[in-house]
Design a protein around this ligand. Sequence first.
Ligand SMILES: [Zn+2]
Length: 440
Amino acid sequence: MQDANFVHGLLDFIQRSPTPFHAVQTMGEILEEAGFSRLTETEQWGHLQVGQRCFVTRNDSSLIAFGVHQPLPEHGIRMVGAHTDSPCLRVKPNPEIIAQNYLQLGVEVYGGALLNPWFDRDLSLAGRVSFLSESNNIEHQLINLEKAVAVIPSLAIHLDRNANDQRMINKQTDLPPVLMNLPDSSADTEIHFNTLLLDMVNAQLTATQPERAKAVKVLDYELSFYDVQAPALIGLNDDFIASARLDNLLSCYAGLMALLGHQGDENVLLVCNDHEEVGSVSTAGAQGTFLKSVLTRLCANEVCASDEQVSRMLAASLMISVDNAHAIHPNFADKHEPNHGPVINQGPVIKINANQRYASNSETSALFRHLCDSVDVPVQAFVVRSDMGCGSTIGPITANLLGVRTVDVGVPTLAMHSIRELAGRLDVFYLYRVLEQYFS
Ligand SMILES: [Zn+2]
């Protein structure tokens, strides 16, 4: 695949994926188009044949795709891990706030969002809605309003002269987005978000699946706001990609494209987990049972069966955990360790931490370095300053749960966890080429 095709595919993927649910739906569509079969966790998998390429989802927000071509205990499986979620503002269960002739919605902050950039952006709403249908079934539907429906206006500087020096953000009182002007702000103005949502769900059903039974009552939802500004190439020479959710949809996409390009007879697997930004402890998160369950079931078919064989498979496997790395910021260079400041467009970054906040060790890092060398991709290293705390990711969690050798890597990124992050167009393609080489 060419650099330009890859980058435009990535921008399109991110645009189609405003939430983890949409990311998994988009990846599922791409996989089915490429000939992967969709499995469900409730069916029997005993019929899986060597050579078959499949995928399975959990909670509609995590996905595992794989191709098994050789006996697993002898050959292990080459895995790539990433995460589908990004920090955002999530709508509360009883969200209606009516104040000063405005309808606002109460929001919870999901993950470690950088909140300042959320002000004065054109926001839309997307996520999963569960409803009672006309046929009296509980059904679920993804919705994406696409159009800007909300905004969090800043307080003008004239009303807060210290705004540039010391403005703080109160997550409870400062963030509720404004959605509507109301003619009357009296206490008896009644607006129910679920009623508005019911219309949105039915409009979405009519537009996309007119044959489906309509919704009669909204039972629950997981909806979040997102910025409608499309991902873009920016810079005088288009050096940069500016977009929401680069952490970590770019890694999901690079892993997915590498998996689709896989031609050889190695066993390969891509896992994209939800809930990394909130600690990974959930049914769909990396700390849940999803990956372990899938690997055990792959071993439970005719290819291999016993506990010992599962252990042999894991011992022969490797995980490349891909999650964005902090690029050195030209205006804040002293936030980086002087010898370990990853630069944008100079290659993927191996993340190292002596205290095991990252799972890389000298053996797995060496393998990754060698992979990069073999396709002429530059590679960088990151350690946090010794006087600062270190972040973490799904790498150590997976290494711990499965006992599988792991290396933590990622594309250098600026403004991580902002509503609009910045990565390098060369780096995302470099990452794809290394993962493609790894799988083949
Ligand atoms: Zn991340």
